[in-house]
Design a binder for this molecule. Structure first.
Ligand code: PNS
Length: 158
């Protein structure tokens, strides 16, 4: 079974990486899918995010990284994905994630959403929080890999 892990990943965090790592044990292949979203103004370009994710997942052999635009279920169909993988950090994530799972089910009935509870150590980590701290020069090396720390420094201080 191939799992598609869709998201913005702007940038990838230890929370995402924990989910990818655990997904790679449960599924034959995990395809990390970066959404090209014209409605959002990301800090990092899609190309940069693909590069970042590839570097951070290089040691997991059954992980692929790709980008897509449009509907996640269409991308999943294209890549023969049977499962959409999403993480749940806190109760408040659940409402939106459940709605998304239901919508995706109506759009692609053959695709199931599988939720993994985020590791407790990462339950408070989000890309937005990381960017907020990095912008003010705060410590983020416990939240994201070193390569991302460097990219964030570049983005905000160069
Ligand atoms: O990392 P994010 O921003 O929480 O990821 C959200 C994402 C990319 C999974 C979601 O916005 C998505 O699937 N967008 C693609 C458009 C789509 O398929 N919409 C229908 C489900 S709401």
């Amino acid at each position: 079974m191939i799992a598609i892990y869709p998201g913005s990943f702007d940038p990838i965090t230890f929370g995402h990486l924990d989910l990818i790592q655990r997904g790679s044990i449960l599924f034959e292949r995990v395809i990390v899918a970066v959404l090209k979203n014209p409605n959002k103004k990301p800090l990092f370009s899609v190309e940069k995010r693909l590069e970042q994710i590839k570097r951070c997942t290089a040691d997991i052999s059954n992980v692929d990284v790709d980008s897509f635009s449009g509907l996640t279920v269409e991308f999943a169909r294209l890549r023969q994905g049977g499962v959409l993988l999403r993480g749940l950090r806190v109760l408040s994530d659940f409402e939106q994630e459940l709605q998304m799972a239901h919508i995706n089910k109506t759009l692609g009935a053959e695709i199931e959403t599988v939720f993994l509870a985020t590791n407790t150590a990462h339950s408070f980590v989000s890309s937005s929080v990381v960017k907020e701290i990095a912008k003010f020069g705060g410590k983020i090396d416990h939240l994201v890999p070193d390569v991302i720390v460097e990219d964030l420094k570049q983005a905000f201080f160069h």
